[in-house]
Design a protein around this ligand. Structure first.
Ligand SMILES: NC(=O)c1ccc[n+]([C@@H]2O[C@H](COP(=O)([O-])OP(=O)(O)OC[C@H]3O[C@@H](n4cnc5c(N)ncnc54)[C@H](O)[C@@H]3O)[C@@H](O)[C@H]2O)c1
Length: 369
């Protein structure tokens, strides 16, 4: 039996605790140490991780001999600072929550970090949701080459966070970065091409307008459309609505090409499904050829234990499985710094496009590996 891989965690609120529940299911890894400044969150995290020791600072965490890798699940605007501290003091493999950064001015810092850490994996959980993975695997054969890709997310408003950091664009990078970097990452992955033009219309219509934090009203957007042209000639569209939690499915993706269409439907977090409505919806993939026509729907059930361990259809488990395998093998990240950079750059372009009412051209690839 291989030695258990010990994680050190930096920031352990809602998502950090989802990570712990999934690391606990791996069987060959454990959480060895946690740095979390909020006492309530630290208590909850330690209760989930029986082998973990609390650290009073990041420096103390990084000095622990029993950690083999690190997870950063702190608020968005701290990710780059934490990566820099790790690179400077204890360059271990890292999995860092999305978005990789919030300020395009951080690109130079990230380029500096790139060569100094053995492995940096950007946590893009949506890639690993079973129905999304099934769509990705079958998209080419079902479509004959995707020409149009649409991603629709209709979901619940932003949840409450420690210190309410997610209520303001300055902390999150803006909704099209914070939330939608997942979808821009999926677009690049599914289309196997990079974006060249972004156009968006988005804003804040319904949510958080009656909230005040130190007298300030939240400025985060809750809906929008984003159109993206890709170098391959494919077109993609994102539709986001964060006041639509009454929906049966949360994410719906469709890809269409000359031969046909493939779609997937992804339910929201199981814990939010109203009990009186019966069993929560099962994820689905639907393939609709043109000739002969005849849509075929396939259920893609996710194991109950994985659904119970988080809000992301089991994806957090599958991502850690691959990350731990990469740590053991000194392997490469499946979601690289460059992927993380592109996802934020596309989100930023969409934010600026919607704010300024203009098309943004993206002609400069990331200088990261
Ligand atoms: N991939 C996904 O699907 C997904 C889902 C939710 C959140 N996230 C990401 O996970 C990260 C955490 O989000 P969350 O929802 O858990 O928020 P949260 O507020 O519940 O947790 C963040 C934690 O970081 C702690 N923190 C604050 N300052 C810190 C510091 N200086 N050093 C270390 N920790 C610090 C807070 O006390 C808090 O417990 C964010 O980047 C968010 O975008 C990703």
């Amino acid at each position: 039996m291989a030695r258990s891989i010990g994680y050190g965690i930096i920031g352990c609120g809602m998502m950090g605790q989802e990570h712990i529940r999934n690391i606990n299911l791996l069987g060959d890894a454990h959480v060895a140490a946690i740095y979390e400044p909020d006492a309530g969150m630290m208590a909850k995290a330690l209760a989930l991780a029986p082998l973990a020791k609390p650290a009073a600072s990041i420096a103390e965490l990084l000095a622990r001999p029993d950690i083999d890798c690190l997870l950063i699940a702190s608020p968005n605007f701290l990710h780059v600072e934490h990566l820099e501290q790790i690179a400077a003091t204890r360059p271990l493999p890292v999995i860092v929550e999305k978005p990789l950064f919030t300020d395009l001015g951080d690109a130079d810092k990230l380029a500096g970090i790139a060569g100094r850490l053995p492995l940096v994996w950007v946590a893009m959980e949506y890639r690993y949701m079973p129905p999304v993975a099934a769509l990705i695997a079958d998209a080419e054969s079902a479509t004959g080459g995707i020409r149009m890709l649409t991603i629709r997310e209709h979901r619940f408003p932003f949840l409450s966070k420690v210190g309410d950091w997610n209520r303001f664009n300055r902390n999150t990078g803006g909704t099209l970065v914070e939330k939608c970097c997942h979808f821009f990452d999926l677009m690049r992955l599914i289309l196997q091409s990079n974006p060249v033009r972004v156009m968006a219309s988005a804003g804040q219509a319904v949510n958080h307008l009656d909230e005040r934090y130190d007298g300030e009203t939240p400025d985060i957007w809750d809906h929008g459309y984003v159109l993206v042209d890709f170098a391959s000639g494919a077109r993609a569209m994102l539709e986001l609505c964060m006041f639509a939690e009454g929906s049966r499915y949360q994410e719906e993706i469709s890809a269409v090409g000359a031969n046909g269409k493939i779609e997937c439907r992804v339910p929201g977090p199981t814990r939010f499904w109203p009990a009186h409505l019966g069993a929560p919806p099962t994820p689905q993939v639907i393939v609709s050829p043109r000739n002969p026509p005849g849509p075929r729907a396939l259920d893609i059930p996710v194991e109950q234990a994985l659904l119970a361990a988080g809000d992301h259809n089991g994806s957090t488990f599958f991502q850690h499985r691959k990350f731990v395998d990469a740590v053991r093998a000194n392997g490469a990240a499946e979601v690289s710094l460059a992927d993380g950079w592109w996802a934020v750059a596309m989100g930023k372009a969409a934010q600026v496009s919607a704010q300024e009412g203009r098309v943004i051209t993206l002609d400069d690839g990331p200088r990261l590996r």
